[in-house]
Each structure stands twice: as C-alpha cells, then as structure tokens.
Design a protein around this ligand. Structure first.
Ligand code: FDA
Length: 367
C-alpha cells in the first residue's frame, strides 16, 4: 500500500513526491503523458533543449525558493528580454526607454512621460469599459495600437473592445533603459534544462507513465492511503457543476539546419493582428547554444475544448463561481489533496507552484 498516489508528474507532484520520500513516505507517481515534468518538460532536438510546452524562464524574488531549486541544478545567467515585431518594426519589451526612444525619438524619461501623458489625455478615458479603453488609459494610443492590441486579440480570440477591462490591471512601464522583462531578484534557465530538476526530484520514487487516473481510477484509489491530485478538478468531480474553461495553445516546432541563428533572441512577440502566431521561440538562446542548426517554435493561441491541452484558466466570474463549488467539495476531502495549476484552477508561475507544493507537504507531513 502506498502512502500517496500522486496524480501528475509536473512540478507540484514532483516536489511533493521528493519531500514525501525524504520524510520516509512511499509514493506512486502517475502521469498520462509519456514523460515526467508536466509543462516544464524539455525535449532534446538536434542537441537543443526544446521547451515543449512554451517558453519557461525561471524567476523568483524568494531566496528560499531560489536556494531550493539550486540544490538540484545550477542555473545560467539567462535574462528574459523579449523583442516585439510589429509589421517589421522591432521594439524592446517590457515597455521601457528603449521602446519609447524607438517609437517617438524621445531621449529622457521626462520626455517619455510627457508623451504618454499627452496621449492618455487626448484619449480622455476616465472609466474604462473594456480592455481597449483600459490599455489606452494606462499607456496611451501608440503603445496600445502597436504593442498591445493585436497580441491581446490573438491571445484571447476576440476584439479588445469585447474583452473586459480587468484582464489588464496594469501594464508595466519602466522609465529606464532596462530590457529585463522580470523585476525579480533571481532569474535563469537550469543548465541542461528543467528535466535535470524533475529527474532528481523523482529519483527513487516509482513512476508510471501513460497512465490516466480516470481510466484506472478504482484500482489506483485502492492502492494508496491518500491521493495528491494535480489534474483538472472539474474532471475529478465528473463535471457535476459544469466544465471549467481554459485558453489553449498549439505549438509548431521547426528544425532549421540552414542557419545557426534565426532571430537573434530567444523570444520574439508578433504584436500585429495578421500574423497568426503570437510568439516565436528560438530555444538555443535560452542556453547560449552554439549548435550548427537551430530549432524554433511558433506559438498559436487556440480556443480550448476537451481533448486539447488546458493551458490558461479563464478566471472570469462565471468560471470562478463554478470553481468555488468544486473547491467546497475539495475542502471536505480528508484523503485527497488538490494542487497545481489544474487542481487549483489558477495560473501559477513555477516558483509559485513549488512554494504551494512545499506548503502542502508541510501541512501534511510537517517541516
Ligand atoms: P503541470 O501541468 O505541469 O503538471 C500536471 C501533470 O498532471 C501533467 O503532466 C499532466 O499530464 C498530468 N495529469 C493531468 N491529468 C492527469 C490524469 N487524469 N492522469 C494522469 N496524469 C494527469 N512559469 C514560469 O515561472 N515562467 C515561465 O516562463 C512560464 N512559462 C509558461 C508558458 C506557458 C505556455 C504556460 C502554459 C505556462 C508557463 N509557466 C511559466 C507556468 C508553469 O508551466 C507552471 O507553473 C507549472 O508547469 C505548473 O506545474 P503543475 O505541476 O501545476 O502542472
């Protein structure tokens, strides 16, 4: 009899399994995919670690979480500095003095602030009723038109005027010449890829791949005292209160052997409405690769329907209300722990999901 059946070998499940093993517990980890790691999995193609489920850059402000992941692997000095391509014009992201200089020729922060202020005043939005008005009220029309509108409309599959204002609470604007996307103190990519971390976490724990919990539910439940469930919470309860919605993505990966450097940057966002993908990732740049060829992935946003990968929970009023009902059931369970992005119906960055798993382990098994 296992102490824990852990459904899902993503970061939540792997951290839980590792910590439980350290505390002498006997776990079985299952995953319906053919590999461990969940969405942080990287697949080696032509000697390049390809981020199979989208670009993953580790960043955190927590020294404790940084130390935690560094016990498994050393991180490189990668700093995320995406570039936006708007119809062939290139701009630095996040919006900063380099962006403003390119857009308007301004040199000083005061000039940039004045320009944004003028555009906001001209638009005259006092109470934003939709995403378009919200974005213009925050950063003015030029940035909105060239860098926000098309990207956001592709991401959500509808017009910015039909999207609620709350999706954009703030748009980070930085009045320094600093292209570092994140403000966090610690940032990098694990040397050798994320698999190194997850492999070490699951070393010594029994793992069964290509096993879907729902296809063998009865036997699996009987095999363990408790369950840690990181799949979709609505599916666990047989969708009795309805289906929780997501946005999905499709990835098109291409091996390019004619060039060793396709776009000169790991992440390029295509911010016009016409280009069907939102981003192109050139994976080798995450690890300063020097391979002869290169591998790129185009990222296409997609409407989610059952059967597709659920990536981004749509935390609007309707879905949050449904989730609350599932959460109430989950809170009554004494032998099931729900965790991770699907179990909690919440977007988590990697450092957040690791912190959440560590808290769950401590609550369950002590420090
Ligand atoms: P995850 O989804 O990784 O793991 C759950 C596992 O459960 C999966 O392997 C799944 O197959 C398995 N499973 C589900 N149902 C099952 C069933 N019925 N039976 C068996 N197995 C089942 N974060 C960050 O910090 N920096 C970044 O740059 C990015 N970038 C990024 C890009 C994109 C496109 C996305 C979608 C997400 C990010 N993230 C990120 C977030 C990051 O991916 C996330 O924090 C972790 O992967 C979450 O780990 P979980 O364990 O919660 O889920």
């Amino acid at each position: 009899m296992y102490d824990y059946l852990i459904v899902g070998a993503g970061l939540f499940g792997s951290v839980f399994a590792y910590e439980a093993r350290l505390r002498g517990k006997h776990c079985l980890v299952i995953d319906k995919r053919a590999h461990i790691g969940g969405n942080v999995y990287t697949e080696p193609i032509e000697g390049i670690n390809v981020h199979k489920y989208g670009a993953h850059i580790f960043h955190t402000n927590s020294k404790a979480i940084w130390d935690y992941v560094n016990q498994f692997v050393e991180f490189n000095r990668y700093t995320n500095a995406p570039v936006a391509n708007y119809k062939g014009e290139l701009y630095n992201l996040p919006f900063n003095m380099n962006t403003f200089n390119k857009l308007w020729g301004v040199i000083t922060p005061d000039e940039a602030k004045q320009k944004i202020g003028e555009q906001r005043a001209e638009a005259g939005v006092s109470e934003p009723k939709n995403l378009e008005e919200q974005a213009i009220s925050l950063v003015g029309t030029d940035i909105y038109e060239k860098l926000v509108k098309g990207y956001t409309e592709k991401q959500w599959g509808r017009s910015a005027r039909d999207l609620p204002a709350f999706i954009i609470k703030r748009l980070p604007v930085r009045f320094t010449y600093d292209n570092n996307y994140f403000n966090d103190q610690y940032q990098g990519i694990p040397k050798g890829g994320y698999n190194v971390i997850v492999d070490k976490m699951l070393e010594g724990t029994e793992v069964r791949l290509q096993v879907d919990f729902f296809e063998q539910r009865e036997e699996l439940v009987k095999s363990a005292k408790k369950i840690v469930f990181t799949g979709m919470i609505d599916q666990y309860y047989d969708y009795r209160y309805g289906v929780l919605e997501y946005r999905s993505l499709q990835f098109e990966t291409k091996v390019l052997s004619q060039t060793d450097n396709y776009q000169g940057n790991a992440v390029v966002n295509y911010t016009d409405r016409e280009t069907p993908y939102t981003r192109v990732i050139e994976h080798k740049h995450f690890e300063f690769g020097t391979q002869a060829g290169t591998v790129i992935t185009e990222e296409y946003p997609a409407e989610w329907k059952p059967g597709l990968e659920p990536y981004y929970p749509i935390n609007d009023e309707k879905n949050n209300k449904i989730y609350k009902q599932y959460k109430a059931l989950a809170d009554q369970e004494s032998d099931v722990i729900f965790g991770g992005r699907l179990g909690g119906y919440k977007y988590y960055d990697m450092h957040q999901v690791i912190a959440e798993a560590l808290t769950a382990v401590e609550r369950e098994l002590g420090k």
